[in-house]
Design a protein around this ligand. Structure first.
Ligand SMILES: [Zn+2]
Length: 300
């Protein structure tokens, strides 16, 4: 295999930090939570040789880490909270959009001639019709790089994954799609990753449930997510594809508070290049440069 065949899947989970074992941590004593069962001061049990790198989401800026600035940092390699002077909640503002437009991982890879590159998530028709005024960091990054959004019809034809991967949220909204098992969703995402040099997938129910402080829901969501990830990893050619799972900040690992936590987040790396990637990562700002270096075949 040559360097130019290397590919990467970035699996982004909103609001998952490394917590302590406690009755407020839904991962504590949760059956079948691998590879997400990572706790402070404990050596994690590896799943398929994945390396866990506790990663700093605070980035030297005071306050609780937040989604807009954290996601911008993950997707660009720019320390966005430091640029802003604070952690920005919700959706990116003008400065963050400018950073994303100029520096997103999609942009960097496209400019370096690495392709094809893609965002695996499906967008609903409503997004294209109503075009929300505020868009997520990911949406901004996809748009700025001129990447085609996947749609519900892609979802139906088995070439997109919805953000809740089982499609249950879409079905509740009345969209005519079938429910998927974790295995079926994993099959689709693995195929997309095999067809592309870089694939991003985004999941954010974890953050929502963390804010709701709903323990039974949190356990159910994490069990299903962990299963999806295991099924996905078993379907991916880990010789070719490096899988990098990360989060923007903690939340769901401590349901005693409705806020985000100050905890490190788990970056977990699988594949033949895992050690090389792991060695580069300390903060959220290191994710994009590590992936870009891998895919353009640059030596460390
Ligand atoms: Zn949040």
């Amino acid at each position: 295999m040559t360097k130019s065949d290397a590919s990467a899947l970035l699996f982004f989970i909103d609001g998952l930090g490394i917590g302590t074992r406690s009755p407020f941590n839904p991962l504590d004593n949760l059956d079948d939570a691998a590879p997400l069962a990572v706790f402070q001061n404990e050596v994690p049990t590896p799943f398929l040789d994945g390396i866990v790198v506790p990663t700093d989401p605070c980035l030297g800026v005071e306050g609780r880490p937040q989604s807009a600035s954290g996601q911008t940092t993950i997707l660009t390699g720019v320390n966005a909270p430091a640029q802003l002077g604070y952690h920005k909640q919700g959706f990116p503002n003008k400065l963050l959009i400018e950073i994303i437009n100029a520096e997103s991982i999609f942009r960097q890879l496209r400019d370096a001639g690495v392709g094809p590159i893609t965002f695996a998530n499906a967008y609903t028709d409503r997004f294209f019709i109503e075009r929300p005024r505020w868009i997520s960091a990911t949406t901004a990054a996809v748009e700025a790089a001129g990447i085609t959004f996947r749609t519900v019809s892609d979802l139906k034809s088995g070439s997109a994954v919805f953000m809740d991967f089982t499609n249950r949220i879409l079905i509740e909204r009345g969209v005519d799609v079938s429910e998927r098992t974790e295995e079926e969703a994993a099959e689709v995402l693995a195929r997309i990753a095999a067809e592309n040099r870089f694939t991003l997938y985004e999941y954010f129910i974890t953050d929502k449930v963390g804010h709701e402080q709903d323990m039974p829901k949190a356990k159910q969501v994490l069990t299903s997510l962990a299963r999806f990830i295991r099924e996905l990893l078993m379907r991916i050619d880990l010789q070719r594809t490096t899988v990098i799972l990360t989060s923007d900040h903690g939340n769901i690992e401590d349901l005693s508070s409705r806020n985000h936590t100050l905890h490190a987040v788990p970056t977990i790396i699988w594949g033949a290049q895992r050690e090389r990637i792991a060695a580069r990562i300390q903060t959220l700002a290191d994710i994009t440069p590590a992936i870009v270096a891998l895919l353009i075949g640059k030596k460390n």
